[in-house]
Design a protein around this ligand. Structure first.
Ligand code: NAG
Ligand code: NAG
Ligand code: NAG
Ligand code: NAG
Length: 502
């Protein structure tokens, strides 16, 4: 401690600074020439320059040790997953004392030099993300990640910013996502970035993502976050620390069972976290391949949506992996869940529609918003069914809980909406191991006919409404659906026939 203090003084004086500035140009040359020449780098660490740096580290990182930091710290590496409880206390003591045991991998002062590596991908349509390993230090409060002593260091991108959400193509959504800064430094002693000192050590990977983009919408929660989280974090089998920026407590509460299956550690509210957490590896941002889907060819582990659905089934203890054909003569009935909306895209004659479905031979479960809101409970209902029917909307996302080979019927409202509706709830279906049918309402079956004359562009030229940017207001929020019961019955009867046997 003494020696470190002294060297700080010594080199912190005016003369020391001048010498340092004189040293910079040759050191820069060294970075270029010697970044991968480890023995040399290791030897240079033994010099006074290193000690000088360590002294600065202590000063710069003192914010990491304040009392609120200790209150925030929620998880630590030395624990076994089974004993994740009681974490906080232990952690506090360790963090306060700066004590570490042999299982801890990172060292920011002395010890063997850890070389870091950073790779980022900015060419994905859905999300930017970086993967890194080595000596990594996370300071949530300032939204900074330090990649210390990086073998992939380039001065032109020594600072990279990422908005860790998966709707990159939507500037409006992305503007609400907090930027995380990833700062790399060259291998010691060539670095001019002085990283803060670790206050908490983890021996599991970190995954940083934002919950700021999905609000309460179940489709976005699943498509933008849960599926990408599965792609990014499932491989660690629970031994991974999730750090959430733009922390949405309702979201975390709702998805707690799934989050707990992905990570045995309590999630960390990144923005409020004053600790400096050190991790051996990390992902900032989530990998995302497609809407409500996984591309096995792009997944490191060949993950599939079938596998994702098996994962959900196991997490929520759902009973039925597969639908079984129902024999009509046995008196058994296939089960159908009808997902009903209330404020827009409601089925105005839902009682008649439900009666028609029952008449066809289905056991019908009518599910309003109040039934759907408890995810685990509704998942069990959906899993008990063979068919799900509903007008386009986030509720259809519950199809992820259907048993394999189940059928989903999307009712497409008026307004030339076939392609956007398919994009969300049609295209993802085959990969889930489900069967997709759609029912497009006619101009006769929309309540828009009570608002607009038949020669209005709403009917005559729906595309013009789209060009005016009014699709949401006019077609999605502005209509209910009055099903033509005979037409609807005919469409569903075909499905009944296909999933039943004599
Ligand atoms: C930094 O930029 C170089 C090209 O200038 C690129 O090859 C490298 O992948 C970038 N690194 C990161 C982490 O983005
Ligand atoms: C980055 O992502 C794109 C699009 O997903 C992919 O095609 C490409 O292979 C990735 N690049 C790297 C270096 O992984
Ligand atoms: C749709 O029906 C509901 C009643 O179920 C009503 O409150 C709402 O205003 C209707 N919306 C439209 C756009 O007609
Ligand atoms: C899926 O369901 C269809 C229709 O009932 C049936 O013909 C097919 O054999 C089923 N596939 C599997 C794998 O069970």
């Amino acid at each position: 401690m003494n020696g470190r203090h002294e060297s700080t003084k010594q080199h912190g004086s005016g003369g020391g600074k001048a010498v340092l500035w004189l040293l910079l140009p040759p050191l820069l040359v060294l970075i270029v020439l010697k970044t991968d020449f480890l023995p040399q780098a290791a030897r240079l660490r033994e010099t006074g320059f290193t000690r000088f740096k360590d002294g600065m580290v202590n000063k710069v990182s003192s914010f990491g040790l304040d009392s609120s930091a200790r209150g925030q710290q929620q998880s630590l590496d030395t624990e076994k997953p089974e004993s994740a409880k009681g974490y906080n206390q232990q952690n506090e003591i360790l963090a306060t004392n700066g004590a570490r045991d042999g299982s801890l991998v990172n060292s920011d002062v002395g010890g063997a030099a850890t070389m870091s590596k950073l790779t980022c991908n900015f060419s994905n349509r859905h999300s930017d993300y970086c993967s890194m390993d080595g000596d990594l230090r996370f300071h949530g409060k300032s939204a900074r990640v330090y990649v210390v002593s990086s073998s992939t260091f380039r001065s032109e991108n020594s600072t990279i910013t990422i908005r860790p959400y998966t709707r990159k193509w939507e500037p409006g959504t992305m503007s609400r996502i907090r930027e995380v800064e990833v700062r790399s430094s060259a291998p010691a002693p060539h670095s001019f970035v002085i990283p803060p000192k670790c206050t908490v050590w983890h021996d599991v990977p970190a995954v940083v993502f934002s919950t700021g983009g999905c609000g309460k919408n179940f489709f976005h929660a699943m498509s933008d976050l849960i599926v990408p989280l599965y792609i990014t974090a499932h491989e660690y089998d629970g031994r991974v620390q999730l750090l959430i920026t733009d922390y949405n407590a309702d979201w975390v509460a709702k998805f707690r069972p799934i989050l707990a299956a992905l990570s045995v550690y309590p999630v960390i509210d990144f923005d409020a976290d004053t600790a400096v957490r050190c991790f051996p590896s990390a992902h900032v941002g989530l990998e995302s391949h497609r809407i409500l889907g996984i591309d096995p060819a792009r997944s490191r582990n060949g993950y599939t949506m079938m596998g994702f659905r098996d994962f959900l089934r196991s997490v929520l203890s759902l009973q039925r992996p597969w639908t079984a054909p129902v024999s009509r003569s046995s008196g058994q009935k296939p089960r159908l869940v009808f997902v009903l909306r209330r404020h827009s895209r409601a089925v105005t004659n839902e009682a008649d529609a439900v009666a028609a479905l029952a008449d066809l031979g289905f056991e019908v479960v009518a599910a309003g918003p109040e039934d759907v809101s408890d995810m685990a409970r509704f998942a069990a209902v959906v899993n008990s069914c063979d068919v799900m029917v509903g007008v386009h909307g986030a509720g259809l996302t519950n199809m992820v809980f259907l048993p394999h080979n189940g059928t989903i019927v999307q009712i497409i409202p008026w307004g030339n909406l076939k392609y956007p509706c398919r994009f969300d709830f049609g295209d993802p279906v085959p990969d889930m191991g489900l069967r997709y049918e759609e029912y497009e309402v006619t101009a006769q079956e929309t309540t828009l006919k009570d608002k607009y004359p038949r020669d209005h562009p709403v009917f005559a030229d729906p595309l013009s409404i789209e060009r005016k940017g009014k699709v949401w207001d006019v077609f999605l929020e502005g209509q209910n659906v009055t099903l033509d019961i005979d037409r609807f019955r005919g469409a569903i009867q075909q499905i009944y026939q296909s999933i039943t046997t004599e």
